[in-house]
Ligand binder design. Sequence first.
Ligand code: DAH
Length: 335
Amino acid sequence: MIDKIKELIGEVELFKTNNTDEVEKFRIKFLGKKGEVANFFTQFKNIPNDKKKEFGQLVNQLKNSSLKKVNELLENLKKNSVDTNKLDLSLPGDSYKLGSRHPISIIRNEIIEIFTRLGFTISEGPEIEDDWHVFSALNFPEEHPARDMQDTFFIEKNPDILLRTHTSSVQVRVMDKQQAPIRTISPGRVFRNEAISARAHCIFHQVEGLYIDENVSFADLKQTLFYFAKELFGKDTKLRFRPSFFPFTEPSAEVDISCTLCGGKGCNVCKYTGWLEILGCGMVDPNVLESNNIDNEKYTGFAFGMGIERIAMLKYGIKDLRLFFENDIRFLEQF
Ligand code: DAH
């Protein structure tokens, strides 16, 4: 019995917890009505007289050390729990560092938003393409310089598998699947075998537009692009259409907006012309409709294509194209 008490005294000494329930279990085990201490006291009468003194002292020691332990543990728990009186709820919280969207994504989303408002759907196509979708179906003659090794990254020759050089290939993909009327835009990444500089990169992004229906005219094209440019660059933006050439449109035009910096007066951004080129466009060439099995007697259409980097550079006043691809956080966090 004496040994049992000594053992329990050791157990009490070693006991540790941070849990209120555990403290209560401990208290009941040692100090409860039917606990160890009470139990030993009831046995006191059965202890031989010569042992009574030692027994009594040890039981008292067990009782006192248990009490002390319970008080200590409760005191500790109190200290570690949050004291709401000392909480300053007016202190500012830790701020979360939110990421920002890449400027190319911002402009792409703005462009998509404007055209979806006009009822355009969004189409996508593969970045790895064949000659048909990038060139032949778009009325590029065999010897056209855009097919030259200098511009195109070829993956395989004969039959030609290549990285698309423009998103006009998605026009062909849409016409493969869908009959007129068609009203769609295709944002995407394109590739050209060009030396990287402040004004050119081998990877960039375009948005292509295609509208085919009965009685679509150049006036519809102009009005669509007027609306687009004013929404993107502001109400006072003026547009200028310059005759141009693309194999897949006839007639074709390049479109300039009045300079976003000087408003048309002339500055070094617009090279003192007052105008900035933003896209190419035109009426879909009847040959393209025919190659893609669309009745070119019944339907006409317009198409346009723009570079997202170029528009982002104009909108944000960025002078070096390479910044878009370096992912320098000091650049990106400004948007
Ligand atoms: N695909 C042309 C390019 O990459 C851009 C373009 C011009 C697209 C005129 C068109 C268009 O749809 O009609 O330079």
